[in-house]
Design a protein around this ligand. Sequence first.
Ligand code: ZN
Length: 171
Amino acid sequence: MKQYNQQSLSENETEKPKFIADMMLGRLARYLRIFGFDVLYFHNISDEDLINKSKEEARIVLTRDSRMIDRKVFKYGKIKFLFINDDDVLKQLEQIKNEISLKLSINLIRCIECNQILKKVDKEKIKGKVPVFVYKSTDDFAYCSNCDKYYWKGTHLELMNKRFSHLLKSE
Ligand SMILES: [Zn+2]
């Protein structure tokens, strides 16, 4: 089976690749966003639309769909893709980390739900909008205007349960 080829990436892409995940990889998309990666994900998208978005925006396709990668655009190297081998999100992250040499560290730049870049918020402005103990113990807050949702480092860390800690430590 044809796999993603690291040599074909430009230096810039190796720094911060962009992705589009297929319908089976919603959890993976969310976790990659916790690490700050630009990952498009749609609950409902045709193969054609997914392929077009990948081409237009130079996004690497992440897919569990062996039928889709049988298409000519994949076979003849017109699209960069990584066939994800496992259903377990931890193993999926490990595979991506190993095969694309990603650096994984939690950051607060991207909304986990919608992929939009977060805006920094002044602490004074969000008094009463987050739990009191969070307000007292945290200084850095960010906001997604698309989802009307506030983020702080704790939100991201809570989502990275202990299963994932070794992925972070090895950096
Ligand atoms: Zn959002």
